[in-house]
Write a protein that binds this ligand. Structure first.
Ligand SMILES: Cc1cc2nc3c(=O)[nH]c(=O)nc-3n(C[C@H](O)[C@H](O)[C@H](O)COP(=O)(O)OP(=O)(O)OC[C@H]3O[C@@H](n4cnc5c(N)ncnc54)[C@H](O)[C@@H]3O)c2cc1C
Length: 293
């Protein structure tokens, strides 16, 4: 198992920011994954997985640990009857494509989520009323102690949340889908993708929704729009002029620019609405945002 050093994470995040990982490994099999996790334990380092980096903000100064990018056998897809077995590193797009060709429906919700199935399980990603918890039969989670199959309830899947932590790697998932005519699946995908295009900046470098929707009549996006933040720019990052709950890389953004925008957004939402917004994006090597009180 080759362990690389100081690999820039900006290549592995959809925002295109992030400094180097101290160590970086690309396990292709469960044996290699176990070897990499053993290396991290030996070094006393944290092991974190990067999927497609579509929900990640990594520190500009870098990440002092082992970052894993699973591939090979750990990104393969196989279908048997209505069960789709996919490696944790398989992208939603590939899994959806294969399911559609096999006339299996139920995963269409993922057409607008640019991640891997491992990342999807990690946060129970979802859209348009569907989420991973609804289709996941079980996931093979590998730790330094070995592999273990876990069900959605054992994974603690709730709204955009699981109980998974660093050091627990989703190596494989099994999705139970439902037979559906290919043409119907294609029509649903086309409809969902055009809804998405009309509402969100799909052609920009972002990390998806910045903040969770608060318990309030306004969504996080509407709240930040009401604060006048659409188009607000700090350094190379800007709040999307199209949807205020997205931060775009408007040209040579740094993660620090995105953090500064998030800090300002939280300050303004608290001042205007008394609401403390919580970020949905996962921080890697970054401290928590300052309190807004
Ligand atoms: C344009 C855009 C639209 C989006 N729309 C949606 C949406 O509609 N709904 C939604 O839920 N999300 C959405 N997102 C956010 C993001 O795509 C999802 O959260 C996605 O599931 C993240 O998957 P990923 O593979 O990119 O994970 P990453 O961003 O790489 O990682 C996210 C977390 O998952 C962990 N992780 C990744 N792979 C594994 C693995 N194999 N094992 C263990 N842990 C792992 C990482 O360590 C990290 O903690 C959107 C993002 C973008 C950029």
């Amino acid at each position: 198992m080759n362990i690389e050093e100081r690999v820039p994470l900006a290549r592995y995040t959809t925002l295109g920011t992030g400094g180097p990982a101290r160590w970086f490994a690309r396990p292709q099999t469960i044996a290699e994954l176990e070897e990499a996790l053993a290396f991290a334990e030996h070094e006393g380092a944290e092991a974190t997985v990067v999927g497609l980096g579509s929900n990640l903000l990594a520190a500009d100064e870098g990440v002092d640990g082992l970052v894993l990018k699973v591939g090979g056998e750990l990104a393969a897809v196989a279908i048997s009857d209505d069960l789709v077995a996919a490696g944790g590193g398989a992208t939603n797009a590939v899994v959806l494509h294969r399911a559609r060709d096999a006339a299996l429906g139920g995963f269409e919700f993922a057409c607008a989520i640019p991640g891997t199935v491992g990342g999807g399980v990690w946060m129970n990603a979802g859209a348009y009323g569907g989420d991973f918890a609804q289709v996941l039969e079980r996931a093979l989670v590998v730790t330094v102690s070995g592999p273990d199959w876990l069900t959605p309830s054992e994974l603690g899947l709730t709204y955009r949340h699981s109980e998974l932590r660093d050091g627990q790697v989703v190596a494989q998932v099994e999705l139970r889908l439902t037979p559906r005519p290919v043409e119907e699946i294609k029509t649903t995908i086309t409809q969902l993708q055009s809804q998405r295009k009309a509402a969100q900046p799909t052609n920009k470098r972002t990390f998806g929704s910045v903040f969770e929707n608060p318990k309030h009549e306004l969504t996080a996006g509407r709240m930040l729009e009401a604060c006048g933040l659409k188009g607000h720019r700090i350094g190379g990052a800007q709040i999307s002029p199209m949807h205020a709950n997205f931060i775009e890389n408007a040209g040579s953004a740094r993660s620090a620019d995105a953090v500064a925008l998030m800090t300002e957004a939280r300050r303004r939402a608290f001042a205007e609405f008394g609401v403390e917004l919580r970020h949905e994006v996962r921080f890697l090597g970054l401290p928590e945002l300052p309190a807004v009180t």
